[in-house]
Design a protein around this ligand. Structure first.
Ligand code: SF4
Length: 445
């Protein structure tokens, strides 16, 4: 039996964040981003767990300076706290010298195969390095990177990936690993190999007394990601960077990522996330933030758009309207304003309850309410502009202190949808009916 005072028994209650060491990246110009926390810092001072950080990675070439700067700043404007860039060549690490002074968030250099790219990136002023134990494993080389980062106070992410975990260059080592971990082809062996590689790699850092470390262990299998991070979280106290790698196109990658990440975050595991899609990384930021907002792990900073799925009652092009509202207001609204876009007045009022601005469409018209007060009744072609105008004007009032968010719920009594009033909307639209009380409204939405 559902009890409104508790969560559903099938959803485990949100666990407190697991305490970790904390790493900080950034500089005076771009600001500082903290990842993890709850354990004492190097001087023994307690640290507060930082809000879960949302990061992404650019899709373009880093050496194309202007395009890279534009992409980073676009991602930052969408809410990315940290942006990672690939530095496969010397020209990429060189480009960082020009890129970093022009961007507004900390930058991470993603290094594979050649440790010199890490040293060059540090010299170019990058804020954090990502190393892959699967392709940079020489102890002396890793030590050089550690020393360079230590000198500049930069953290390092140790990121193992399912795709690069098995040794490929050293034939003897590869044979041994396959024999030891994959004789039975069980997925559990892969997990054991990942943990073993991490342990071995992190020993290099511990021996160097370097603890400014984040860890990731990614796979394209959501269930495996869940298992491996649970295991890592038991074994290490470094902050964890969560992600499902190569998750695929946005449409399915979204589900795959959320399946893994929401379970881990609910269990208190994870300090920073990257959703990865074969698509524009702007979607990674939008969806990553939405996940954190939805789980209550971050305070929403922009529009909270709700919309009905539509049904046979719909009489306007609601899908287009919703997308237009979203694209127009996603970066413009700076306060957590709840906006409801509802297809009709049958279930719309109930579904929009609590919205600051709401529209109920139907009969090729739309009625707009601001905190329960009806402010407009316009034909379909004017809905978008009027709705945007009302949202902008409401934001101005909130920012000036004239209005407060979420203070008044939408209190609209809809007309009887099947009784005396018929669909009801035409009469509401004409202004014949303002309010009809004592009716029962069907449940279809
Ligand atoms: S009944 Fe619900 S789903 Fe159907 S159009 Fe109305 S608000 Fe949308």
């Amino acid at each position: 039996m559902w009890d409104s005072g508790t969560r559903s028994p099938i959803i485990p209650p949100m666990q407190p964040r697991k305490p970790t060491r904390q790493v900080t990246l950034g500089d005076d110009r771009v600001g500082f981003v903290r990842i993890g926390g709850g354990k004492p810092d190097a001087s023994g001072n307690p640290t507060e767990p930082a809000p879960v950080v949302c990061q992404t990675m650019t899709a373009g070439y880093t050496h194309d300076v202007d395009a890279c700067v534009a992409e980073i700043n676009k991602l930052a404007a969408a809410g990315a706290d940290v942006v990672r860039v690939a530095v496969p060549e010397r020209k990429d690490t060189e480009a960082l010298k020009e890129i970093i002074p022009q961007v507004s968030v900390p930058i991470v250099a993603d290094v594979h195969f050649h440790f010199k790219r890490a040293l060059e990136a540090v010299e170019s002023g990058v804020h954090k390095i990502r190393l892959n134990p699967g392709n940079i494993s020489d102890r002396a080389q890793v030590n050089e990177v550690i020393d360079a980062c230590k000198e500049k106070g930069l953290p390092i992410r140790v990121g193992v990936n399912e795709g690069s975990i098995i040794e490929r260059r050293d034939k003897q080592k590869r044979k041994e690993e396959l024999g030891k971990y994959f004789a039975g082809h069980a997925q559990g062996h892969l997990l054991a190999l990942m943990i073993a590689k991490l342990e071995e790699y992190l020993d290099i850092f511990r021996e160097r007394d370097f603890h400014d470390v984040c860890i990731s262990a990614k796979s394209m299998d959501a269930a495996f990601v869940t298992d491996v991070y649970r295991e890592i979280s038991e074994r290490f106290d470094y902050p964890l960077h969560l992600g499902v790698t190569h998750a695929g196109p946005k449409e399915t990658g979204c589900i795959r990522s959320i399946a893994a990440l929401s379970g881990l975050l609910t269990a208190g595991i994870g300090d920073t996330i990257r959703i990865s899609y074969a698509n524009d990384p702007i979607y990674e930021v939008e969806d990553g933030l939405e996940l954190l907002y939805s789980l209550g792990l971050r305070e929403r900073t922009g529009i909270d758009l709700i919309a009905c799925p539509t049904c046979g009652r719909i009489q306007v092009d609601l899908f287009t309207l919703v997308q237009d509202v979203r694209s127009a207001l996603a970066s413009e609204i700076r306060v957590p304003m709840k906006v409801a876009v509802m297809g009709c007045i049958v279930n719309g009022p109930g579904e929009a309850e609590g919205a600051d601005v709401a529209i109920f469409a139907g009969d090729r018209r739309g009625i707009i309410y601001v905190q329960g007060e009806r402010v407009a009744n316009v034909p379909e072609e004017e809905i978008l502009e009027r709705l945007l105008e009302e949202c902008r004007s409401f934001q101005t009032k909130v920012e000036s202190g004239e209005a407060e968010l979420g203070q008044k719920v939408v209190e609209i009594v809809p007309p009887d949808p099947i009784g005396e009033l018929g669909s009801g909307f035409d009469k509401i639209a004409r202004g014949d009916v303002e309010k009809v009380t004592g009716v029962t409204v069907g449940e279809t939405g």
